[in-house]
Design a protein around this ligand. Structure first.
Ligand code: ATP
Length: 317
């Protein structure tokens, strides 16, 4: 549905996006996750035809965005980072204006506008001036204009930025609901947002994609080891540790996480090496009783911090 191939974009000497490639299948909700300045907005602006790439290509449902930006835009609903931008218009006037821009048939406009305002719960303030709306209300209006004309693809740039915690939850729910029928790319710097909404995540840092996968698997897959915590019964920590340290195949020396007669030990095996089974075999051979064996995975948050911890390069030339 969306394909991006070796995309780069420079602003003067500064390379904001560097050789980015990815695909988004029909019906997926994909999160573009990255710290400030990672290049998320630039990618989205290229996809929506507002920026040209310096090199590389992007296609929306087979349409080359550079060759036919209007054709691509007709398939996309776009919620830019700051929206909507007409503070003096009422919500209804703005929606009527956007319906004109989208060339919706005049006879259908009233009904279509009515439907999207209800869908985004923006109906209650349709006669208010946009400049007087709260941030959350403005975001609803922004989303309403994005889904006007029922586009197949939604591109949402940091849709929940500036909302309060209740509004964030409501807005995420709304995106999930709308996303059931659409292909969605949303950008965010909030890990929980990706975990809550997205099927897949692309992590960007300093203009590049540094990790990609299913939100639930990405941390696990990128972790180069299997790490376990094992709690034993009726053996001292030092005895168990000494014995565990002799188990073949460990990636590093095991450690004691908690002392006592039911000690908790921590150890790591190489990825996909069957560490859990090895630990069970070891405990049986030593006649130790395992009361808990818990695989330790990095959270997406840990991973995000690890992948993006270098300070953003303001001058990368
Ligand atoms: P944020 O989360 O802060 O919105 P982002 O990941 O969306 O960040 P971009 O807005 O794509 O990042 O910006 C990427 C880099 O390109 C930043 O360093 C930014 O300062 C720079 N940049 C963006 N637009 C321009 C521009 N028009 N001219 C010069 N530099 C720009």
């Amino acid at each position: 549905m969306i394909k991006v191939s070796h995309l780069s974009r420079s602003y003067g000497q500064f390379q904001a996006v560097r050789d980015v490639s990815f695909e988004v299948g029909k019906g997926q909700i994909v999160g573009l996750l990255g710290p400030n300045g990672a290049g998320k907005t630039t990618v989205m602006k290229i996809l929506t035809g507002y920026h040209y790439p310096s090199t590389g290509d992007a296609w929306i449902k087979g349409i080359d965005v550079q060759a036919d930006p209007l054709g691509a835009q007709a398939l996309i609903g776009y919620l830019p980072e700051s929206s909507p931008v007409y503070p003096d218009l009422t919500v209804l006037e703005y929606m009527e204006f956007m319906a004109g821009v989208r060339r919706l048939p005049t006879a259908d406009r009233e009904e279509v506008i009515d439907r999207v305002l209800k869908r985004t719960a923006a109906d209650g303030f349709r006669n208010k001036v946009i400049g007087h709306l709260s941030k959350g209300q403005k975001q609803r209006v922004g989303l309403a204009q994005a889904i006007l004309g029922d586009p197949e693809i939604l591109i949402l740039d940091e849709p929940t930025t500036g909302l309060d915690p209740n509004q964030i939850l409501e807005f995420r729910h709304l995106i999930q609901e709308i996303g059931k029928e659409k292909t969605v790319i949303l950008s965010t710097h909030i890990m929980q947002e990706v975990e809550a909404i997205c099927d897949r995540v692309l992590i960007m840092n300093q203009g590049q994609i540094v990790a990609e996968g299913e939100a639930s698997d990405i941390a696990k897959n990128l972790q180069g080891e299997e790490r376990f915590k094992v709690r034993l019964k009726g053996v001292t920590a030092s005895t168990a540790l000494e014995s565990l340290a002799r188990v073949p195949g460990l990636k590093s020396a095991p450690t004691v996480a908690e002392e006592g007669l039911d000690p908790l030990l921590e150890c790591a095996f190489p990825k996909d090496s069957g560490g859990g089974e090895t630990l069970f075999d070891w405990a049986v051979s030593q006649r130790y009783k395992i009361v808990a064996l818990v695989p330790q995975t990095l959270s997406l948050e840990d991973l995000f911090v690890q992948l993006t911890k270098e300070t953003p390069h303001e001058q990368n030339v």
